[in-house]
Design a protein around this ligand. Structure first.
Ligand SMILES: [Cu+2]
Length: 686
């Protein structure tokens, strides 16, 4: 079906740029952006090793939202940088901002620590009026991106794409090659977002469950009483089952290559051609679910690295991830690239078409995901079932008065519900069935989903090596309140053979694995929940995408096209809990924010396993700078190399790292406001 674009002729263009730097009348008048950047998303025809980038603020209006955006070359996104593997690139970054430092971080790039662009770790930042020259050899190829690591400039526009040519001919040659950079646009400053979220965690969520939705919930839960109990359970946890994203389409316009949905970014193809689409999630807070109705997408690369092609209808892209997909449209018609935000409050959209100006049908948005007990790390529970075992924050109660989730049920202070003891004497005395962690609950297996309650599920697991005398998980709960995530005392450290790694050689040849385990995080103002039974969710495409009738990519399907470069098994495992208090809007690792934590120290060339246990109700895209994160997803030596990994709520996953890059590196959640409020660590490779 051909639908004429209502943007044809430019009458409804919603995007204007006003240069602040240039003088004269022209600069004062808004001008259409299309004239400014006719080639948004077009990969430059050739690679270059030398670049000059100017960072400044530019008045840009998109979708009636005016922003003096910090950006490069007066545009959002900044230019696509095309490099060639094997070259040494040299990039002069000049800061023309009036009174703030800037920086550029090259996301996913392996380079000397001093070139990584994180102020305070890599270098001092770039003061106003000064130029910093980044210079480093390019040792990899694929799709990456860059962004500011200063303040929250990234959230407002300081980002762009990087495309690196491989030294050999592309094994997946395509007639067309486009970057699809997704991001957000808002005239609310990130600082205001943060203060609003600290005041009220669901400030930007206007889709709570209502009285009207109760009959449907009752049908799903089996009875009205069960539905009410479920609601009460959620209200006791002071979370809403509908909280999917912290910041939503209420204030965001979602952009595709800097274009609002009604601007309909488009790209051309001739029927039958193979078209490479390099998807980059350059948003600061939004996950997108992407599909092109009528077209199969062949996923050929993840985070810049080639994977065995996976045909899909849809995939979720977490903040900071990249995926290359190849499509082959055969009909001479318009195809819509549809990227709905995970919470379904909006979408970015563009069009692939045989002629400019065409527009394909825009599908309705899917139902929004609803968080379940799986997301709590308690998938053994049914809605309305006993909340016995629910761990709650000690300081939760003094918050409830100001809390305004529109639940029907009152907040019963000090009440009980099916054995849920909410009296708040945590953390030393965990609630109900929240026992001191037993070996059965922390098997540290990476090849199987975490077993559930049934004793039978434990059959065949040899727990003997899990219980060194006086060490590890047989400790009383209180002794698990280890402060230091890494350099803590023997309470959280144990040794065991590394034979648990499914990717490793046969038992008997394994070195001893040293485990840095802080134990369950403390329950306090900085941490609301412990995932009692975190599960392996690598086979799940993510909340809201299961059983939707489409083939949706999941992490288990990612298989590298060549074996990993370091076959050594890990000699150390570092267990990190992702924690937070949604209500206070504090995020951290192991129940602590950045300011209360020491660095993670890795020995040079050490082979380490990081295990992430997500105790929160949200996905977190976790990014380690400078080194690859090799996801242990059951693909053996062909595990995919990633720079950013989505940790799903209530889940547990692990990845291997070779600490081959000396220096100071950032390690953080890539949701901007989570990083800002504490989900950040320094990694030192010494
Ligand atoms: Cu996060």
């Amino acid at each position: 079906m051909l639908i004429p674009s209502r943007n044809r002729g430019g009458l409804s263009r919603r995007r204007f740029v006003t240069g602040l730097g240039a003088g004269g009348l022209m600069a004062a008048l808004p001008r259409p952006l299309q004239a400014h950047t006719p080639a948004a998303g077009q990969v430059p025809p050739t690679a270059r090793a030398r670049w000059d980038l100017r960072v400044g603020r530019t008045r840009i209006e998109i979708d009636r939202k005016v922003l003096h955006a910090p950006c490069i070359g007066e545009d959002v996104p900044g230019p696509i940088l095309r490099w060639r593997q094997g070259d040494t690139v040299s990039i002069n970054v000049t800061n023309t901002l009036a009174d703030e430092d800037t920086s550029i971080h090259w996301h996913g790039l392996r380079l000397p620590a001093a070139m990584d662009g994180v102020p305070g770790l890599s270098f001092a930042g770039i003061p106003p009026g000064e130029t910093f020259t980044y210079r480093f050899p390019v040792t990899q190829s694929g799709t990456y991106w860059y962004h500011s690591h200063s303040g929250m400039q990234e959230a407002q526009g300081l980002y762009g794409a990087i495309v690196i040519d491989p030294p050999v001919p592309d094994p997946q040659p395509c007639a067309r090659d486009y970057v699809i950079l997704l991001s957000e646009w808002s005239d609310v400053s990130p600082m205001d977002m943060l203060s609003n979220l600290k005041m009220q965690d669901d400030y930007y969520v206007f889709r709570q469950r209502t009285l009207a939705s109760l009959p449907r919930e009752a049908r799903e839960a089996g009875s009205t009483l069960a539905a009410l109990k479920d609601r009460l359970a959620w209200s006791r946890m002071r979370m809403a089952a509908t909280d999917i994203a912290d910041v939503t389409g209420v204030i965001y316009t979602y952009l595709l290559n800097g274009h609002a949905p009604d601007m309909n970014w488009n790209a051309l193809f001739s029927p039958g051609e193979r078209v490479r689409l390099r998807f980059i999630n350059g948003a600061s807070m939004t996950f997108f679910d992407i599909r092109i109705p009528g077209l199969e997408m062949l996923v050929v690369a993840a985070d810049g690295n080639a994977v065995e092609p996976v045909p899909v209808d849809e995939f979720r892209i977490g903040v900071a991830e990249t995926y290359d997909v190849i499509v082959q449209p055969r009909e001479a018609r318009a195809y819509t690239i549809f990227a709905q935000s995970e919470d379904r409050t909006g979408y970015a959209r563009g069009t692939l078409a045989p002629q400019p100006g065409m527009s394909g049908p825009i599908p309705p948005m899917d139902p929004r995901p609803v968080r379940t007990m799986v997301d709590m790390g308690m998938d053994d529970m049914k809605p309305g079932e006993s909340m016995n075992g629910m761990a709650m924050p000690e300081h939760g109660h003094d918050m409830s008065a100001s809390h305004s989730h529109s639940h029907l049920m009152p907040h019963h202070e000090g009440g009980t519900m099916d054995g849920m003891d909410m009296t708040g004497h945590a953390p030393q005395h965990p609630m109900g069935g929240m026992q001191p962690t037993t070996p059965q609950q922390t098997p540290h297996r990476h090849d199987t989903p975490t077993p559930r309650h049934e004793e039978g599920a434990m059959a065949g697991m040899d727990m003997a090596d899990m219980q060194p005398a006086g060490h590890g998980h047989a400790m009383p709960m209180s002794e698990h309140r280890v402060d230091e995530p890494v350099h803590h005392q023997p309470a959280g450290r144990m040794h065991r053979p590394g034979a648990m790694d499914h990717d490793a050689p046969a038992p008997g040849t394994m070195p001893v694995l040293e485990v840095d385990d802080p134990g369950p995080p403390p329950l306090n103002v900085e941490n609301q929940n412990i995932a009692r039974m975190p599960t392996d969710r690598l086979g799940s495409p993510g909340d809201g995408l299961e059983h939707n009738g489409r083939r949706v990519l999941n992490y288990r399907q990612l298989r590298a096209t060549r074996p990993g470069s370091d076959p050594r098994p890990p000699t150390r495992e570092i267990i990190m809990h992702l924690t937070g208090n949604m209500e206070r809007y504090i995020w951290g690792f192991n129940g602590r924010k950045f300011s209360e934590s020491g660095p993670i120290r890795l020995r040079r060339n050490e082979r380490v396993r990081f295990t992430l246990i997500n105790d929160t109700m949200m996905e977190h895209p976790i990014h380690l700078h400078g080194m690859w994160s090799e996801l242990e997803n059951g693909q053996g030596a062909y595990r995919p190399y990633k720079h950013t990994l989505i940790s799903q709520p209530g889940s547990k996953l692990s990845y291997l790292v070779t600490a081959d890059a000396p220096g100071l590196w950032a390690y953080h959640c890539h949701l901007m406001l989570h990083m800002e409020t504490g989900m950040f660590r320094t990694v030192i490779v010494e």
